[in-house]
Design a protein around this ligand. Sequence first.
Ligand code: AMP
Length: 306
Amino acid sequence: MGLLVVGSIALDSVITPFGETADALGGAAVFFAMAGAVLHPVQVVGVVGSDFPEAHLKALAARGVDLAGVERQTGESFRWKARYSYDLNSRETLETRLGVFADFRPRIPEQFRKARFVFLGNIDPELQLSVLDQVQDPTLVACDTMNYWIQLKRDVLLELLRHIDILMVNDSEARELSGDWNIYRAARWILSRGPKMAVIKQGEHGALLVDADTTFKVPAYPLQEVFDPTGAGDAFAGGFMAHVARTGDLSFANLRRAMVYGSAMGSLAVEAFGVQRLEQVALPEVRARVRAFRDLVHFALDGEDE
Ligand code: AMP
């Protein structure tokens, strides 16, 4: 069951209180694919420039990521530079150089068009719609966006919401999109616009899965060391979607498990710079972290057996 991601492939330069990287492998599609590929094969559609190191693509291929949808174009690769605050809770974007990403028009290769699971990474909502025109009847479509598109292309974004199953955004995006500061009401507002579910990522406060009837909350894994929060949300999405693709099970119980796989991958992502940790992690370690989540929240009611 194919799992397709469309999004940025980047050279990231990140400064945190613990160090910095320059032109490291990054981008939303990359974090998604590196995390997802631990659980299920991932197909990537994106663009890189002539300066994009072959070694970065090899690192993805070594994880079993299918790069048939990655075009190399003449020009500079997409570059993004950011600096995190002391507590890692906020960041300042220092530079965004779009390069070849400015003219990115996703072309889904024939062999990816039957993908049953599709993740639309944060790109122009018009391009996200164009991806949906090219895939044949997917079972589950999830989508990310950012404040920039909420402000600049609100109407197109609202049109897109009518065609997706899950909107996966962070809390500030949910608030801005809905115009409501209350996150639970914001989630309901999203559902009223089309998606069956909203996944709201809350950073160190975990994540929420909201559908018409229920709300499920997963905490963030209690890490003692965080090195680089970049890409945590995309790694979350990769873990979530790859778990669903691997099991092919859309029951609510399984989507709850997907939330935990997502949180596990997000927590692994932030333990090292860029994709370094995701590149190395193996399935038994992911499963151990998923079990640790259960222990973290499990309790017995009064009089109940443990
Ligand atoms: P996150 O930490 O989830 O916001 O994701 C950060 C990743 O998104 C980095 O690897 C960046 O290369 C990538 N990124 C930053 N800005 C953009 C943008 N405008 N469009 C697409 N991807 C971006």
